[in-house]
Design a protein around this ligand. Sequence first.
Ligand SMILES: *[C@@H]1O[C@H](CO)[C@@H](O)[C@H](O)[C@H]1NC(C)=O
Ligand SMILES: *[C@@H]1O[C@H](CO)[C@@H](O)[C@H](O)[C@H]1NC(C)=O
Length: 216
Amino acid sequence: MGKQAVVLSLVALSCVLLARAFEPSPLQDFCVADATSSVKVNGQACKSPASVVANDFSFTGLHLPGNTSNPNGSKVTPVSVTQVPGLNTLGISMVRIDYAPWGINPPHTHPRATEILTVVEGSLLVGFVTSNPDNRLITKTLVKGDVFVFPVGLVHFQKNAGTGNAVAIAALSSQNPGVITIANAVLASKPSIGVDVLAKAFQVDKSVVYHLQQNF
Ligand SMILES: *[C@@H]1O[C@H](CO)[C@@H](O)[C@H](O)[C@H]1NC(C)=O
Ligand SMILES: *[C@@H]1O[C@H](CO)[C@@H](O)[C@H](O)[C@H]1NC(C)=O
């Protein structure tokens, strides 16, 4: 194989990998989600283009602080396909996250999205953990104007590192990124994964698992 052929094969291979790693490219200008359709597709069915209006592509209220009076001390306001039907098939969405002083956004993953976050107020300690076997924590303290990336699928978190409120805006590479909050998924599944499994997984006595589960 000549040098050019090798380069071409590598480009072709990376295109295949890209195609597998991201949501499918749209085959039309837009496919505004039809919330009333019972058709099940990978995403949501499209509304007739004739009935599409500007508000299908719009959201109002992201300047409003979320209510952080909850045990996490944080509130995520999503702007994904549920809020903006025009995002359907476009592979992108965003959130506003508010943090009370010492609030956290607990360890979680987005099964379908990489996240790029910017701090617009206050300061955040952020981090993600690499896959097994290293489970290395990559962490940094951010201030207003700083940006941080959480690679797709990896467990990540944020904590307010300042003394006042903090606010972040993040973009995600899916119209419907999904959230798996680790503590809730593992300890509070319905029905329970099973105390014997959890006790072995966490290497603790079953009573510790019961104690942890009580808090959910
Ligand atoms: C914030 O949430 C708390 C707890 O749910 C509630 O008691 C309170 O009224 C809410 N505050 C506002 C301003 O909505
Ligand atoms: C913390 O936030 C996550 C994600 O929003 C939520 O699933 C979980 O129930 C919250 N935990 C508590 C203790 O409120």
